[in-house]
Design a protein around this ligand. Structure first.
Ligand code: BG6
Length: 474
């Protein structure tokens, strides 16, 4: 392998999730998911989740960007950019509207057949997240979602149906989006209304265990159905730096990162490490783990690690340090060396190189950067192309650092997909104004607009990046 170029098979592409782009929330027999009861938030604010779908409340995911009906046009644009792959997810409630049925909804399955066929027509490899921030609302109400062991079986029913149905169309899978977010935002990540429970940590770490088992069983099942499947885990990579060179700050930072390695260690290695066990012990958490769970975890370790990476944070051992900056799921101390996005996320391209090194040193598994991008306000002037140089700048710097990780440090990165390659609904705030896309969608925060698609300046830039296999970043 040349040390100067990315490998020829490098998977360039873009990423979205079903709930943030499909819309058609009640079309084709689809049931209601947690994303369908998430009302819009304000700039930088979290969203309110209602008990059920209320009248006179605006739910941005209901219509989203209507990808459900416009996917052909959108995939044609992705193909024009030269995408080698396209990451999306399955809306669980299109396949099992309630989540606990024994028979799937054929209309939902047929939609994803059409979608994957359209990708394959252009030679675009679908990369599929099985569960990305939407849980069937019925499972939430009836079973308490992932607090209940029964969810493992419901999830596996979904996996079995998907693996059987799409075994010749989809090779790359991820079991859960950002599995480490369950303790940070349990409702969005796992449909858990944690305020209902007294012992929150006990509940959340138990639910995480059920997800680990579900994921491991899915990996095992997938390999039985098609041994060529590549099934990965996916985590939000939470890079943080110690605020100073004091050993105390560095120890605190290590503990901070360990909260997240807890998740990847189990999914990559197949067992709870001594450190994880001590952590649970210290917290007074006792997990319901059966002997069969232990065997399943060992048998279902993942093939690769998918990460989202947007920003980095700073940790201090001093609890009085209060210069807080926030991402969508994490918060920390401001870093004076970094600039911030319109939503105050600290931009740190070198941090991506560091993150890839950390992960590869730890696991020696291929890493797939399945989310990276800039949420920004784009100024739309009628008749003119959006000049999103700030987005190009962000992507250029991050891709350059990813290349350094591969070419200088020897990290095995299998691909890179820009998050929100087409404008979509923000997961954390529900805004459309927070745009990530290389393709503009005419839709605003009140759900108004023609839904027309237009290329931004970044569209042509990324096309060149892919065409040159990452050589041309100017
Ligand atoms: C990740 C999620 O946390 O960040 C995506 O996997 C999300 O679903 C992305 O959209 C960007 O965050 P936000 O909150 O700006 O949409």
């Amino acid at each position: 392998m040349s040390t100067q170029r990315l490998p020829d098979h490098f998977m360039w592409g873009g990423a979205v999730s079903a709930n943030q782009c499909e819309g058609a929330w009640n079309v084709g027999g689809k049931g209601i998911s947690t994303a369908d009861v998430a009302a819009a938030g304000q700039h930088g604010q979290g969203r309110t989740y209602t008990e059920t779908v209320l009248e006179n409340t605006y739910y941005p995911n209901h219509g989203a960007i209507d990808f459900y009906h416009r996917y052909k046009e959108d995939i044609a644009l992705f193909a024009e950019m030269g995408f080698k792959c396209f990451r999306t997810s399955i809306h669980w409630t299109r396949i099992f509207p309630q989540g606990d049925e024994s028979e799937p909804n054929e209309e939902g399955l047929a939609f994803y057949d059409r979608l994957f066929d359209e990708c394959l027509k252009y030679g675009i490899e679908p990369v599929v997240t099985i569960s990305h921030y939407e849980t069937p609302l019925h499972l939430v109400k009836q079973y308490g979602s992932w607090t209940n062991r029964k969810l493992i079986d419901f999830y596996l029913n979904l996996c079995r149906v998907l693996f059987e149905r799409y075994k010749t169309k989809v090779k790359y899978w991820m079991t859960f989006n950002e599995i480490n977010v369950i303790t940070l935002n349990p409702l969005i990540a796992a449909g858990i209304r944690v305020e209902e429970y007294a012992d929150k940590e006990q509940i959340l770490y138990q639910a995480a265990h059920y997800q680990f088992v579900a994921s491991a069983k899915a990996v095992k099942l997938g390999r039985e159905i098609n041994p060529d499947f590549q099934i990965g885990m996916m985590m939000l990579y939470p890079l943080s730096y110690a605020e100073s060179c004091s050993p105390e700050d560095n120890l605190e930072n290590m503990h901070n990162m360990d909260l997240h390695y807890y998740f990847s260690d189990i999914q990559v290695r197949g067992y709870y490490s001594p450190k994880a066990q001590k952590f649970l012990e210290r917290k007074g958490i006792t997990l319901d783990i059966t002997d069969e769970d232990v065997r399943d975890l060992r048998a279902g370790t993942v093939d690769y690690i998918g990460i989202s990476y947007y920003m980095s944070l700073v940790t201090s051992s001093n609890p009085n340090r209060k210069i807080v900056v926030k991402g969508n799921m994490l918060e920390g101390i401001a870093n004076p060396y970094l600039e911030k996005s319109d939503w105050e996320w600290q931009i740190d391209a070198v941090g991506l190189r560091i993150s890839l090194n950390h992960l590869y040193d730890r696991y020696q598994l291929p890493i797939f950067v399945v989310e990276n991008g800039l949420g920004a306000v784009d100024e739309k002037i009628e008749g003119q192309m959006i000049q999103d140089d700030y987005r190009i700048d962000y992507l250029r710097k991050h891709i350059a650092q990813m290349k350094e990780a591969v070419l200088q440090d020897g990290v095995d990165v299998m691909g890179y997909t820009v998050w929100g390659c087409i404008d979509l609904v923000s997961a954390s705030t529900g805004e459309m104004k927070k745009r990530y896309g290389l393709i503009y969608v005419d839709r605003d925060d009140r759900g108004e607009g023609t839904l027309n698609r237009e290329k931004k300046k970044s569209f042509n830039w990324y096309k060149e990046v892919i065409l040159s296999n990452g050589d041309s970043l100017d």
